[in-house]
Design a protein around this ligand. Sequence first.
Ligand SMILES: NC(=O)c1ccc[n+]([C@@H]2O[C@H](COP(=O)([O-])OP(=O)(O)OC[C@H]3O[C@@H](n4cnc5c(N)ncnc54)[C@H](OP(=O)(O)O)[C@@H]3O)[C@@H](O)[C@H]2O)c1
Length: 317
Amino acid sequence: MPGPPAVASGMRAITYSRYGGPEVLELTELPTPKVGPDSVLVRVRATSVNPVDWKVREGYLDGLMDAVFPVVPGWDVAGVVEQVGLDTPELSVGDEVLGYVRTDVVHGGTTAERVAAPVRTLARKPAGLSWEEAGALPLAGLTALQSLRRLDVGEGDVVLVHNAAGGVGGFAVQIARSLGARVIGTASPARHDYVRGLGGEPVSYGDGMVAAVRALVPGGVDVVLDLVGGGVARTTPDVGTADVRLGSIADGSVAEIGGTNFWVRPSSADLADLAAMVERGDVRVEIARTFPLEQAREAHELSASGHVQGKVVIRVS
Ligand SMILES: NC(=O)c1ccc[n+]([C@@H]2O[C@H](COP(=O)([O-])OP(=O)(O)OC[C@H]3O[C@@H](n4cnc5c(N)ncnc54)[C@H](OP(=O)(O)O)[C@@H]3O)[C@@H](O)[C@H]2O)c1
C-alpha cells in the first residue's frame, strides 16, 4: 500500500534575522518544520498581517517573548493538513483548517509555505470562507470574541468600541451585535458607512467623541472596549454609566482606572465558535488588500500605516 505523499523537505518562507524595519524581511528557503506529537503540518494557503507582527519584528515585544532567529513572522493561518503528529486524533491529512498559531517563543510563524501548528491552535475552516477570508479571521476574530466574553457582553448592553473599523473592530462590532448588544463604534467619517454596514452606530474619534456618544446614549454606555490605546480609555467615566465595564487590548495602563487588559489566546473551541458565527451569517470578513508572499514587506508597511479598514492578507499558495 502506498503511504501518504512525501512532504517536500524545503519551503519558501519570509524570514528576518534581526529586529528592524520592513527591510529586514526576506524571502528565503527553509527546511520544512518538524511536527511534534500534538501538532500537524499545515500547507499554508493564506495568512494575515496583524499589528503585532510588525511590533514583534521591530523588537517592541523583546521584553515579553524570546525570539529565535531567523524568525518567520505571522500567527494567522488558513490551509490544508499535510502531515499529522503522533497523537492528533482531531485532524487528518487533507483537512482544511484555520488557526491562530502563537507560541511563547517567536520563531516558526505562518508567513511560509508550511507551518507546524499545535492542534489546540486550530479549528476546521468554514466551507463558505475563501482562503483569504479564513486566513484573516483567527487572531482578530478571537481577540474580539474573547474580549467581549470577558466583558460579559449580552442582550441589552450598550457597547462602545473604540476603533470599530480596524481588523479587530470589524469583528467586535458584528459579534457584539450577534450577542444582542447595541454598538457604538468610533471611526473616521470616511468609514462611517462601513461601520453602519457591520451593524454599528458610528461616531468620529478625536474632539467631540464624548459629546457624540452622549448624544446617542444620554445615560451612558454599559461597556467600553478599547481597541486603539493612546489614552482613549481615560474618557470612560465621561461616556459610561456609573458601573461601566472597561477592557483594552491596546492600553497596558487600564487597570489604573478599573479596566482589564486582554491578550488573545489560541483556542480551538473559540475558533469553532467563530466559524459557527460565520456559517450563520452573523460575521463576515472584510479584506482591505491581499498581497502575494513575495510582497510581505508591502503588507507589513500597509498594516503599520495604522489606517486599514479590515484585514491585510498574504496569499501564500
Ligand atoms: N492584546 C491583544 O490580544 C491584541 C490583539 C489584536 C490586536 N491588538 C492591538 O490592538 C490594536 C488594534 O488592532 P487592529 O488589528 O484592529 O488594528 P488595525 O486594523 O491596524 O486598525 C486600523 C484602524 O484604526 C483606525 N484608527 C486609527 N486611529 C484611531 C483612533 N484614534 N480611534 C479610532 N480608530 C482609529 C483606523 O481608522 P482611520 O484609517 O480611519 O484613521 C483604521 O481603520 C493594535 O494596537 C494591535 O496591536 C492587541
